[in-house]
Design a protein around this ligand. Structure first.
Ligand SMILES: [Zn+2]
Length: 108
């Protein structure tokens, strides 16, 4: 059976409509058994949890806000990258071009 995590989003979603979306807010991909589509989404959510725990101890709200905005920016950038990479993948498929063998493994 093909691993849906290696398929583009639309294909994976079409074949696995019962799967819940990735647990990281804003992620367009379906989740795997651990509820995340990839280790980066899982790690980003862990960082949000850690930051939430630090928030009460920080004392200076501006530092908490700065850290929160920076982490949110990284998270949003990862979402943008995932979407852009999917568009690239889709373009290659629709153009009938050969998909490369990724030298460092399948998509994250
Ligand atoms: Zn995800």
């Amino acid at each position: 059976m093909t691993d849906p995590s290696n398929m583009p989003v639309a294909v994976a979603r079409g074949r696995s409509s019962n799967r819940r979306p990735c647990k990281r807010e804003g992620c367009p991909r379906p989740g795997r058994s651990d509820d995340y589509c990839c280790r980066i989404c899982r790690d980003l959510d862990i960082e949000f949890d850690r930051l939430h725990e630090l928030y009460d101890s920080a004392g200076d709200p501006s530092l908490s806000r700065e850290a929160w905005l920076a982490l949110s920016s990284v998270s949003d950038q990862w979402t943008d990258f995932v979407k852009a990479r999917f568009a690239l993948h889709q373009h290659i498929r629709e153009a009938g071009l050969p998909l490369p063998q990724l030298s460092r493994g399948g998509p994250t």
